[in-house]
Design a protein around this ligand. Structure first.
Ligand code: HEM
Length: 328
């Protein structure tokens, strides 16, 4: 499959990344984050700095026509749009057992192959909120983890960081291992902005709900699973039946903060179903497919824009740096 428009956005992202890693200036936070991930989890040739272990499947997205009143994105015509989806375990360790606590949060990244041959990427995970609000804090958290191993002097750097950032335990507190990638809820976490044909702007967050329902294992049950149980269960399930998710958008009220991914909006905010994701088959060679895939949170269609959340740009820069390293 060829992805010309993605290559364009990739080139744009890589030139941003190249600017960020030019020889004459200090490293920026996105590069420091990728360095910290490589230090924490090791550098594994050909694998992502984070979410290294994954499985690639295919299907389609059908947008809800009523969502066209929120966004002029060419997603909501009612026509089916082909999608490529990568589910993943957290960390940069490609051999991590799927049932380990560190494999949380699990990821779901979607590439929409739009009718005009452009692409749109949606990169979600099972965190409801992010542990920190800025790239600099994320860098410092990763560094604190890497210097706080067993035997470190108390209070460790991590304990000190967590004491100063209650958003860290708040984010990780709700994580659990799903019984299947098809039984997890995935969150966009960062706020984006719908823009409709009249130019009306509506901040929102994506959420992806499994039609089969969310189902989590106890830590003891998770630890008993085979090392690749999530990676192998999904293709087996798709051999029997399609896997269906509802794509939801939580709409912000005026004044809800859009630039702080550590803060969930109140549960009473309007939740709109904006489409259906139907997965139908695993790709023939997932290991090869995932090497070529790059999902960028800023790769958006007209009608969906980034909010003022600083993590969004930092993510695109870090993903491009990781892609450059894993492609070498
Ligand atoms: C500043 C914040 C963040 C940074 C610096 C960061 C960094 C990274 C990096 C370097 C990768 C590897 C990319 C690649 O090689 O293609 C990655 C992958 C990923 N990240 Fe993040 N991340 C951040 C926040 C988030 C958030 C908020 C989410 C979910 C809402 C998320 C979900 C994912 C997923 C699902 C993948 C795997 C994508 C794939 O399947 O290719 N990340 N992240």
């Amino acid at each position: 499959m060829s992805f010309p428009p993605a290559r364009q956005s990739l080139l744009a992202a890589l030139s941003v990344a190249a600017l960020a890693i030019g020889p004459a200036r200090a490293q920026e936070a996105p590069e420091q984050i990728v360095n910290a991930m490589n230090k924490l989890w090791g550098s594994h040739a050909g694998f992502r700095a984070n979410h290294a272990k994954g499985v690639v499947v295919e299907g389609s997205f059908t947008g809800a026509k009523q969502a066209a009143s929120l966004s002029k994105a060419p997603l909501f015509t009612g026509a089916a749009i082909p999608i490529t989806v990568r589910f993943s375990d957290a960390t940069g360790i490609p051999t991590l057992p799927d049932g380990e606590a560190n494999a949380n949060p699990h990821g779901m990244a979607i590439k929409f192959h739009m009718p005009d041959a452009s692409e749109f990427d949606m990169v979600t995970n099972s965190l409801k909120t992010f542990p920190v609000a800025t790239a600099e804090d994320f860098r410092d958290l990763l560094i604190a983890i890497s210097v706080s191993g067993p035997g470190s002097a108390k209070p460790t750097k991590l304990e000190q960081f967590v004491a100063a950032h209650p958003s860290v335990p708040r984010a990780s507190g709700t994580l659990a291992t799903p019984s299947s990638f098809a039984r997890e809820t995935y969150n966009g976490v960062n706020a984006f902005v719908f823009v409709n044909a009249a130019g009306t702007r509506q901040p929102f967050r994506f959420r992806i709900d499994p039609v089969a329902g969310t189902d989590h294992l106890t830590p003891a049950d998770a630890a008993r699973q085979a090392p690749d149980f999530l990676m192998s269960e999904l293709p087996a399930r798709l051999g029997r039946e399609p896997v269906v998710f509802r794509l939801m958008a939580q709409l912000a009220n005026p004044g809800d903060p859009t630039k702080d991914a550590t803060i969930a909006w109140p549960a009473d905010r309007k939740l709109v179903e904006i489409g259906t994701i139907t997965l139908t088959k695993a790709v023939a060679d997932s290991a090869d497919a995932q090497k070529k895939l790059l999902f960028l949170p800023t790769n958006l269609p007209t009608g969906i824009e980034p909010s003022d959340d600083p993590l969004i740009d930092a993510r695109t820069q870090a993903y491009a740096i990781s892609f450059t390293r894993r492609s070498q």
